[in-house]
Design a protein around this ligand. Sequence first.
Ligand code: PGA
Length: 255
Amino acid sequence: MIRPLIAGNWKMNLDHVEAVHLIQQLGVLLRATAHDNVDVVVTPPSVDLRTVSSLIDADRLPISLAAQHVSCFDAGAYTGEISVAMLKRLAVKYVLVGHSERRQLFHMDNDTVAATFDAVRRGGLTPILCVGESAEVRECGEHEAFVTDQIRSAIGAASDGELVIAYEPIWAIGTGVTAETAQIAEMAAVLRHALPASVRDLTPVIYGGSLRASNAAEIARYGAVNGFLVGGASLKAPEFAEIVGAANDCYGRTR
Ligand code: PGA
């Protein structure tokens, strides 16, 4: 039984004061929103992690913490980087690895993704490995081979341990264009097949890309993915709580 996951990716939004507001609002809304069938995760900017972590702990909020990025190195002379051990001290549980914005805008290649994936796992945190094709790759009909390669090159021969796969087609991120349920289902099957057999049936595959309260239920109900990675809509507590509630309802019924 795979436990679904609803993760909000705040990207480079909200300073630590704004982060306090959002997490407190979310805490209040989650008290009134059934969420026991899903894990709720937020992914604030690194400088907000300490504050958000303290609030989750102090108010016993039913929210887990993820980081948006981490260094592939353990420690040392790497100016500007943050280590897995530092995240662990802040009670971070998950780390996004290889988000398409990092791949495209910050030149994170498959080798660095693999090294980061390995560092996260060695450090005892759970990687959320982000994969997804561009519109050009899909037009050429190479999307299945492309994401299979992204998965295999990141995971290598690692055959155990927790991980999450986030399927995020680049053409759907921040565009308002959500992938169709049939496309999501097709790609989720491809991704699952690309995983080592030992983790294939244990690993959550989640969807991200213009996920909104208005389309969450339809995609969750289709049953091909085990939750969502939500960007823009996670910055509004009411909409994010609505997504959590809709997913909770759908996943509760499909049990
Ligand atoms: P979006 O972002 O929901 O704003 O499209 C998703 C993501 O990049 O994780």
